[in-house]
Design a protein. Structure first.
Ligand code: HEC
Ligand code: HEC
Length: 495
């Protein structure tokens, strides 16, 4: 394990200087003209702009590779779906009285014991004190349906975080008599109560995870992970800005985690930060960390699902040419010789909603400082840029809606900024795929959330006038003709 230099948080929040990618963890003076440096210790392809890839547009910031601990993907899958890395939850006694066995479509292969009958997004875990709990796992947010299929690694874009999360868990107490079980449930209910005001999004489908992380950091001592009921740091804004959960298959190509390229150094360590909800000691965290390199290796082994409908090969070939001359400089090339350049667009260049890029929630000063000075900071660090990564476009047909905030329902609208709906809604039904526009079928509305009296309808309205919800920017498809845009869309179906 290597030491990482802790950079003052204020510098991180606005610096365009990513650490050098030599795995040494020192701050490098990488300027925007430096090519990505450093080898990926796991030996995957996809890094570097060398090798005849398209030329990067001026002003893009290269994100260097950092060395990763080696892991075993098969062991990683087993750990992901069987291990108890979220160590608080609802006692099995109560869970099993309310919920029956999961239907076959919601079960996953390769699960052991009680996990075999639980839905994919829950895991059974026995505490050191011998109490069986059921807790949410990573697939709560990182598995979703498209075209009727459950896809591991696809962000769940139907989850409803608009309501309070704690209420239902507290109800489980009615099913418990054992004081030790009651105490375990109370631990979980207390945690939920702390994060609750900070998890409530304005729209169904977007995710509050970045804000939740900030709240958890605020309640924990960075050195011991001991929980403090009064927060040790000033809490973040109550209303989380919307984030569209990214598909996991991007990570085999990306040098840094998160839209703002904040996750540097050892990715396995940063991925396990989800355990911050319940892990009350560094010792416990270290035991979880021991198998997270395997989970990282599994995540990096994932391929996107293939486009399930017919593709016009001739049109797609025309689209490839347009794509390679107009888009590939940022998004890379695809196929066997494909090169992904790992570039981040500064906010002035990309122009999409600035809120996340300007350092919101866990990506703002005090929280960066907390993370980098904590157990996580031993080998990983958060170093966000003021902009967004140009993501890989593999499997883009499946990962609508688009942009970091999920503000645009189709690729067609991404490529024609004037056609983006200001207010829109969708059915949240995974077979309602817009094959022509690529993405979700949607209905444009004539009013936003403020003018919708029915609560049930209001939270289904993606209202781009709300803070963090803006749908502007990324004008790079605007100059194309309709025919060229159609061809590019056909090509994107092949990725
Ligand atoms: C409550 C929802 C939620 C849970 C649970 C969750 N994640 Fe995430 N995850 C997110 C969101 C949202 C993002 C995007 C954050 C951003 O980029 O600002 C993300 C980002 C990531 C990324 C980076 C992807 C990229 O392309 O940059 C990885 C890897 C990841 N999560 C792994 C995990 C693992 C492993 C677990 C379980 C230990 C987990 N997540 C649990 C919501 C969640
Ligand atoms: C100057 C760099 C740049 C160019 C050129 C560019 N893009 Fe992008 N693209 C980005 C960035 C950065 C984002 C992420 C924006 C965000 O999340 O706010 C993005 C996002 C996207 C997305 C949404 C991905 C998702 O899953 O959310 C699609 C689709 C896309 N671009 C397609 C294209 C196509 C097609 C072209 C060519 C017509 C193109 N882009 C040209 C930088 C670029």
């Amino acid at each position: 394990m290597r030491a990482v230099l802790v950079v003052p948080a204020v510098l991180l929040a606005c610096s365009a200087d990513p650490p050098a990618g030599d795995g040494g963890g020192t701050t490098g003076a990488a300027s925007t003209t430096d090519a990505p440096t450093g080898g990926d210790a796991t030996g995957e392809t996809g890094g570097g702009t060398s090798g005849g890839g398209p030329v990067a547009p001026e002003g893009m910031i290269p994100i260097p590779a950092d060395g990763q601990r080696a892991g075993d993907p098969a062991a990683g899958y087993q750990a992901l779906v069987n291990n108890g890395y979220v160590t608080c939850g609802i006692p099995w006694t109560a869970y099993s009285k309310v919920f029956g066995e999961a239907p076959a479509a919601d079960r996953l292969p390769g699960r052991a014991g009680k996990n075999a009958t639980l839905p994919y997004n829950y895991t059974a875990y026995t505490t050191p004190g011998g109490i069986e709990l059921v807790s949410a796992n990573c697939l709560q947010c990182h598995a979703g349906h498209v075209n009727g299929e459950l896809v591991i690694g696809l962000g769940d874009t139907t989850a409803d975080y608009t309501a309070a999360v704690g209420g239902t868990a507290a109800l489980a107490a009615a099913f418990l008599t054992d004081p030790a079980e009651k105490a375990e449930l109370q631990r979980f209910v207390d945690r939920l109560a702390a994060i609750e005001p900070y998890t409530q999004t304005r729209t169904i489908g977007v995710n509050p995870a970045d804000n939740v992380a900030a709240v958890l950091f605020a309640h924990r001592d960075p050195k011991t992970f001991a929980w403090n009921d009064p927060p040790l740091l000033e809490l973040p804004e109550v209303n989380p800005f919307p984030v569209d959960t990214p598909p996991w298959w991007w990570m085999k190509k990306k040098h840094a985690m998160f839209y703002v390229a904040a996750g540097r150094g050892d990715h396995a360590r940063t991925m396990m930060a989800t355990a911050t909800l319940c892990t009350d000691s560094v010792e416990e965290a270290r035991a979880i960390d021991a198998y997270f390199p395997d989970i990282r290796a599994y995540i990096e082994s994932l391929e996107p699902p293939r486009y399930p409908f017919a593709i016009d090969a001739g049109l797609a070939e025309t689209g490839r040419e347009v794509f390679e001359s107009t888009c590939a400089g940022c998004h890379g090339t695809y196929g066997p010789d494909g090169v992904y350049p790992n570039l981040l667009a500064p906010i002035e260049l990309i122009g999409t909603d600035p809120m996340l890029a300007l350092g919101a929630a866990q990506f703002s000063g005090r929280f960066l400082e907390w993370f980098n000075g904590s157990f996580y900071g031993e080998v990983a660090h958060l170093a966000p840029e003021t902009g967004y990564m140009a993501p890989p476009l593999d499997g883009v047909w499946a990962s609508a809606p688009y942009f970091h905030n999920g503000s645009v329902p189709t690729v067609a609208a991404v490529l024609d900024s004037g056609s983006r709906p200001q207010f829109w809604t969708r059915t949240y039904v995974s077979t309602d795929i817009d094959r022509a526009g690529l993405g979700w079928k949607f209905t444009a509305l004539d009013h936003g959330q403020a003018d919708e009296p029915a609560l049930a309808e209001r939270k289904k309205i993606y209202d781009t006038t709300l803070p963090g919800h803006g749908n502007g920017g990324h004008p790079f498809g605007d100059a194309l003709s309709d025919a060229e845009r159609g061809a590019v869309i056909e090509y994107l179906k092949t990725l």
